[in-house]
Design a protein around this ligand. Structure first.
Ligand code: 76R
Length: 280
């Protein structure tokens, strides 16, 4: 095929996947907790804190504890792991704790860290078309696999990050609109790439103030992406997300789920948190 035939190019952008992630939002049964004798509360909190401290210290996929603001939940655990198996094991390890008798799931979110490669996808697809390589042919698959492997190596720190240590976390799920009239998935790749590029430019101006981790959840959970933003000042979330609303990609195509705002609590302060004292 020469010269290139953009209409025949695949529509899906290449993506790189990193850690499997699970967000667990939980309610704490404070009434039942308060009814326990002092030393039971200590013991139960210590047992849980030991497990959480271990999970927090892992170098290859950590967990972190957050205290949630508002009625949507009391605690949030964020787990980053190398596989769904390890993620499920983390969930089961928490479920085995005595503390679990005082925890009720409020909701959860399953996704994998994702880097969308709009920029290089378009270049790659076009270059392969120019060389006359048929999409999905053996040669095409080999070329794509090579690019993915190379990019994955280069992007390792972003695909397999430690959980940023900032005080505040803002998590929410989102979709790209698939309406009758406005539909992200029917836009040509060039247009999606242009809009994503514009989105990235706005985001990059907040680079020093906010750390963003985009997770993909198509096929895994009820929304298409989960967004984690970490910052030391919660107002930055409002400013960044407000500014992004004016991006074409957000103004026209972004649909949002529930927002969760958490405060990071080190595992060794779990007892204080359960007792109602937010560690500073
Ligand atoms: O990851 C990168 O830095 C590359 C550029 C980039 C991609 C591919 C990027 C940059 N984002 C990407 C993908 Mn984003 N992002 C959001 C929200 O959409 C809203 O209005 C609010 C939700 C925020 C606040 C945000 C922040 N981003 C995505 C995707 C996947 C879509 C797809 O692939 O089709 C979603 C849903 C999404 C949503 N983004 C950035 C940021 C910030 C701060 C950056 C710059 C990061 C940096 O360069 O340091």
């Amino acid at each position: 095929m020469h010269p290139n035939h953009p209409a025949t190019l695949p529509a899906v952008p290449l993506t790189l996947e990193g850690f499997a992630t699970l967000h667990q939002m939980m309610r704490f049964r404070r009434t039942a907790w308060r009814a326990l004798p002092d030393n039971d509360r200590r013991e139960i909190a210590n047992q849980a804190a030991l497990l959480l401290a271990e999970m927090e210290a892992k170098s290859d996929g950590q967990s972190a504890l957050f205290s949630l603001l508002g009625h949507k939940g009391d605690l949030m655990l964020v787990h980053f792991r190398n596989s769904f198996d390890q993620l499920n094991q983390a969930e089961l390890d928490v479920a085995r704790l005595r503390l679990n008798d005082f925890l009720e799931p409020a909701t959860s979110y399953l996704s994998v860290i994702e880097l969308g490669l709009y920029e290089s996808t378009l270049k790659t697809y076009k270059a392969l078309a120019d060389e006359g390589v048929e999409p999905h042919s053996e040669a095409w698959n080999r070329a794509i696999q090579e690019i993915i492997a190379r990019q994955k190596e280069a992007m390792k720190p972003r695909l397999f990050p430690t959980i940023p240590p900032n005080r505040y976390l803002c998590f929410y799920p989102m979709d790209r609109r698939r309406g009758e009239d406005k539909n992200w998935y029917t836009l040509p790749m060039e247009e999606r790439q242009r809009q994503m590029n514009e989105h990235g430019l706005v985001g990059r101006r907040y680079a020093g103030e906010v750390k963003q981790i985009i997770t993909g959840s198509i096929g895994f959970d009820d929304w298409e992406w989960g967004v984690d933003l970490f910052a030391d000042d919660p107002l930055v979330f409002k400013k960044l997300i407000y500014e992004m609303r004016f991006d074409q990609v957000s103004a026209v195509y972004a649909l949002f789920g529930s927002f969760y705002i958490g405060l990071r609590v080190p595992a060794n302060r779990l007892y204080d948190l359960l007792e109602g004292n937010l560690p500073l």
